[in-house]
Structures are given as C-alpha cells and as structure tokens.
Design a protein around this ligand. Structure first.
Ligand SMILES: Nc1ncnc2c1ncn2[C@@H]1O[C@H](COP(=O)(O)OP(=O)(O)OP(=O)(O)O)[C@@H](O)[C@H]1O
Length: 615
C-alpha cells in the first residue's frame, strides 16, 4: 500500500483553498485551447487593448505636434515664446501617453495574474477530485514542474503577447490611415513592406515551435528525474548508483541548457529578420522624401511627420516579435497542463464517491457492513488515436463482510489480492461498482437496528510508511485537529504509547522533525501516526501492516497500542488491520482472508490465534 497522509483534512494552504473552491464542479471538459484562456479575463484584456489603442492615437497626435513645432521653429522662424501652447500640448500628450500605457500594462498584468492563479487553483482542485487512486500512476515530478513553471510560462503570453497582437493590428492601421491622407507614396511603401514582416516571422516561427516543445519536454523530464533521484537516494546509494543518478540529472540539465540556447538563436534570428525589413522600409520612405524635398514637391512638415511615424509603424511589429516566443513557450507549457485537466475523476468514471469529512461520532455505531460489494479500476485502452478510459476487471467480487465495533479484524491475502482496494473503499477514496457499504447503529431497546451512510463515520488510516512533515511533533499531530490542546495531544500520545519517547526528547512536543520523521525510529513514527489518527477521533481505524519491519520491542509496543485502540473502554472503535504477522494475528477477534476477489473468514488462522493465547 503506498504511503500517504491520513484521511484527515491536510495539505498546504493553497491545496486547501483549491479544495474549498472546488465544490465538486468539474473543470469544463479539458482546458480547451491556449487562446481560450484569454476569455477568463476578457474584461481586463479588453481594457488593456482599448487603452493601448488610445495610446496609439496619442502617439500620432504627439508626432504631429512635434513635426509642427520643428517646422515652425526651423523653417517658419517663429520665436519659441509663441510656441508655448504647442510645447505644452506636446508635453501633456507625452505625459498622458505614458500614463495610459502604464495603465494598459497594469491591466494586462492583472489579467494574466487572474488567469494563472485561477487556473492553478482549478487544476489543483481537479487533482483533488482525481484523487490518490487516479493519480497513482502519474509522474509527480512532471506534474509539479507543469503546475509551477508551466503555469508561470502562461503569464508573459497573456500579459504581453495578447495585447501586443492586438496593437500590431490597431496601431499600424491607424498610422496607415493618417499616412494615406498625407502622402500616397509613403502609404504604398509602408503598406507593402509591413505585411512582409509577419510573413517572414511566421516562416522562422514555424521551426521555433518545435524547438520550444523540445525545451519543455526536457524541462519536464529534468524535474521528474530530479525528484525521482531525491526520493530514491537511499536505494541509489545502496546500489552504488548515486553518482550515475547525479550524472543523469547533469546530462538532462546540459541538454536543457543547449536547447535553451537553440531557442535563443531562433529568437535572435526572428529579431534580425524584423530589424532588416523595418530598416529597409524606413530607409525607402526617407529616400523617397529626400528626393522630393530636393525638388521641393512636398512640404517639410508632411515629410517630417511621416518620417516620425514610420518607425512607430514598425514598433508594434517589433514588440509583437519580442513576445512571440512567449506564445510558443506558453503553447508548449500548456500541453502537460491540458493533459492534467483530462485526467479522469474517479467519481466521473465509477459513480458517486463518498466524502470522508465527518468528524462527529455516530452514536450507537455497532458495525460497518459490506454487502455484495464489487470494485475495480479504470483501464486505458487505445481507440481512434486516443486513450479511452474503460472499467477494468473487478478486483473485489461480491464482498460481504461485517466489521464489528470494539474489535480488531485482521485482513490477510497475497500481494495484489485487493487489500489496499478494500481500504480505499472503506476510506471513501473510490466508490464500489455494485453493492452497499454502511454503518449499523443500535437505536435503543425498542427500535430495530438502523443504518448510517459510511461517509458519516469518522475514519482514520495509519499507513505502513506514515507521512510526517518537516515540522514540530505538535504540528504533525495537529494535522488531524488544528485546534487540539496540549492536553489532548498528551492524551492521544499516551493511548498510542508515544508519550514516553516524546517526553524523553529535550524539546518534547516542540521537537522539530526532519523530512520522513527523522530522527525518530520506524516504530516511534508509527506510534506517532497512530496518535495523530486517534486525535481525529475515528470510529473506524485502519492499519496497514502495523508491525512490519519493526524489531520485537517496537512491534510489542505497537501491538499494545493497536489492541488498546480496538478495546479502549471509553471509546470502542472498529479496527481493521492488514497484516500477515503472528503478533497482530494473535490479537485478532476475526481474521478475513482475501483471495480471488472474495473475502472469507479464515477459521484456520482464527483457531491458531486462539491457541497462541489471544490477549
Ligand atoms: N490505482 C490503480 N489503478 C489500476 N489498478 C490498480 C490500482 N491500484 C491497484 N490496482 C490493481 O488492483 C489489484 C489489487 O491491488 P491492491 O493494491 O489492492 O492489492 P494489495 O492486496 O493491497 O497488494 P499489496 O499487499 O502488494 O499492497 C492489483 O492487480 C493492482 O494491480
């Protein structure tokens, strides 16, 4: 069974926010196309484009005023004092344009922030609904890189590329309209050379997309290999493969570096193409004017105004080109995010899923009953070029069982028999395909026994390798109940047999643990995990191989804690443990054997346990 957190509310603040925000409503089927993201902040992006267009009008006015001022001063020999109004208008125009442009940039930045943060929350919420069962086969390193760097890569696309793509159309058209009224030769020069730039850029950009995709794939591979190496460091060291692991990460990093350089080369090439054509075009406009000015066939003010506008005509194209690689980067980063959004939710595939969020005890709970329960997993099968998710074979077949309160049930079975699947059903992490699971309650002397939904029963799980955060012992315990007092912590630790070793530590409950619970021993970690589970006040308590890998003394203490958890007079619980070890089997009130998908009473083991002197 994979290690995991308890089925108590946990995860970081962002994860919790994602879970809260997502009240079960699924993402719109997939994420759609990259361009569709802009619709999520259409208002702000529309404002940015509107302000950008207004800024273009101001720019043209500013250039017109400048041309008039220079002509007045240089050719009409007007005194500067007479030009005060023109100078003030010019300054006001420049100032207003700066303000408008800043507001446009700020609106597009906010739009990008809004889209990326909502997208990240939605994807996290979606992963919550896919759940541990659906995520079991996923590459966590790849997902972490996609969610962090991938989402971040969308920001320049939204904040810069989209407004600049709009500006690339609006500003040149406005300038062309003005130039058309002033000088048709310049109009033709600009109108012919302008479209050449996007055309050549598209040619260069076609190859760039492939390089960009390669860069992203390499980054995802690097993130995944790095996380794998960190997680498997002990194994790698034991097999003397740590150096090889480090060398692999170094090789992947080098490959990523060289592809990034390739991307840079393409970016420089794009800029060079742009600069070449825009310079050529501006030079052509200047030469045509020069010739006509010599012949005095065109007024200076007109020539100067058009010459001032010519570089501005190409400026949006330049800005667009600079942000074009942001679009390609975003397109590549978007692919793994879209794949993540397509991960099927367990609920969507298999039917309604119970949610284990209840912490209030169910009065009079007598047992948990399973009746004709079948369960299995989805399988991916190739169909028409895509992978289709279909229900796989049943892992559990018509399982009927009773798990009574104030007793310990031990489930045995060979590896792959479906023991973890049984626990996942009991924890509400996956729904049964058929059958019912419910709690049986005693309604008092005069009433018939009633039933209660399984989701109403507070449940906790102590996995084989419990997850502990790099934080204090108290903080780790309070994962199960953030409001728990110190007295409550002491009480559950005493019940779990963890109090003695915690109090022996110099900082007691404030002792800060390292990742995976260092410096505690495996037995101490398991007792701490049991204490945390007890703090959740569970009526259904699940143990996965509680004494596996423990020495005799630690195993004895854990057995004591398991026995106490089942038979504590104050709070009798339904305790179920997966185990093959004699120490736990001897404590069992009933032993169930799982084989071929069926759960049967194992009287042979029961008898042996009884002979072994069940406590
Ligand atoms: N997330 C999953 N997706 C698809 N199949 C799964 C998944 N988890 C388990 N299975 C399959 O279900 C079957 C039962 O697995 P399960 O983990 O429940 O067995 P188990 O008895 O707990 O094994 P072990 O003792 O080795 O942990 C196996 O064939 C396994 O391959």
């Amino acid at each position: 069974m994979p290690s995991s957190v308890l089925s108590t509310p946990s995860g970081g603040p962002v994860a919790r926010k994602a879970a809260d925000r997502n009240d079960g409503s699924p993402l719109p089927r997939g994420l759609g196309k990259l361009g569709g993201l802009a619709r999520r902040a259409a208002g702000l992006l529309g404002l940015a484009v509107g302000l950008g267009s207004f800024s273009a009008v101001l720019l043209i006015t500013q250039m017109g005023l400048l041309a008039r001022l220079v002509t007045d001063l240089a050719f009409r020999h007007q005194p500067v004092m007479q030009e005060t109004r023109l100078i003030c208008a010019l300054a006001a125009c420049a100032l207003l344009r700066a303000l408008v442009q800043t507001a446009a940039d700020s609106a597009s930045d906010q739009a990008a922030l809004k889209v990326t943060s909502s997208l990240r929350l939605e994807l996290l919420g979606h992963l919550f609904r896919v759940g541990p069962v659906g995520l079991a086969g996923q590459d966590s390193g790849r997902m972490a890189t996609a969610l962090s760097e991938g989402v971040e890569a969308l920001r320049p696309y939204l904040a810069r590329y989209i407004p600049r793509a709009a500006a690339m159309v609006v500003i040149p058209l406005l300038i062309l309209a003005v130039v058309f009224r002033l000088d048709w030769i310049s109009f033709l020069t600009l109108a012919i050379t302008g479209p050449l730039i996007p055309f050549f850029m598209a040619l260069v950009g076609y190859g760039a997309q492939a390089v960009m995709r390669k860069k992203w794939n390499e980054l995802l591979l690097l993130g995944s290999a790095f996380l794998d190496m960190l997680q498997g460091l002990t194994t790698l060291r034991l097999f003397g493969e740590a150096q090889e692991g480090a060398a692999l990460v170094a090789r992947l990093a080098e490959r990523h570096r060289s592809t990034t350089m390739e991307v840079m080369r393409v970016a420089f090439l794009t800029t060079a193409v742009l600069e070449f054509f825009s310079s050529l075009s501006i030079a052509a406009v200047a030469v045509f004017f020069g010739v006509r000015l010599l012949k005095a066939s065109v007024p200076f003010e007109t020539a100067f105004f058009v010459l001032l506008l010519a570089p501005e005509y190409f400026m949006p194209l330049r800005a667009f080109s600079a942000s074009y690689h942001a679009r390609q980067n975003a397109a590549s980063a978007f692919t793994p995010l879209a794949e993540m959004a397509q991960l099927p939710e367990v609920r969507a595939l298999e039917g309604p899923l119970t949610s284990q969020t209840n912490t209030l005890p169910v009065p009079g709970l007598e047992a948990v009953l399973m009746h004709n329960v079948s369960a299995g997993y989805a399988e991916l099968v190739p169909q028409e070029g895509t992978m289709l998710s279909v229900p796989g074979p049943d892992v559990l077949k018509s399982v009927t069982a009773c798990f009574p309160a104030a007793s310990l049930t031990v489930v045995t079975g060979r590896s792959g028999a479906g023991k973890t699947t049984l626990f996942r059903l009991l924890m509400g992490l996956m729904p049964p395909r058929t059958g019912t699971m419910e709690g049986e309650i005693d309604k008092g002397e005069n009433n018939e026994p009633g039933t209660v939904a399984l989701s109403r029963i507070p449940v906790a799980w102590v996995p084989q390798s419990p997850y502990l955060m790099a934080d204090s012992i108290a903080a780790n315990l309070r994962l199960a109940d953030p409001q728990a007092s110190l007295a409550a912590l002491i009480s559950v630790c005493a019940e779990a047999g963890a109090l003695a070793f915690i109090e022996a530590l110099p900082d007691g409950f404030d002792t800060v643990l390292g990742e995976r619970g260092a410096p505690l021993s495996a037995g101490q970690i398991r007792r701490l995990a049991l204490a945390r589970a007890l703090l959740h006040a569970p009526q259904l308590l699940l143990f996965d191989e509680p004494t596996a890998d423990l020495d005799a003394e630690n195993a004895r203490q854990v057995c004591e804690a398991v026995k106490h958890a089942a038979h504590a007079p104050a709070s009798p619980r339904i305790v179920i443990a997966i185990s093959h070890r004699d120490d736990i089997l001897q404590l069992a009130d009933q032993v169930l054997q799982l084989s071929d998908g069926h759960l049967r009473k194992n009287d042979r083991v029961d008898k042996r346990a009884a002979e072994g002197g069940k406590a």
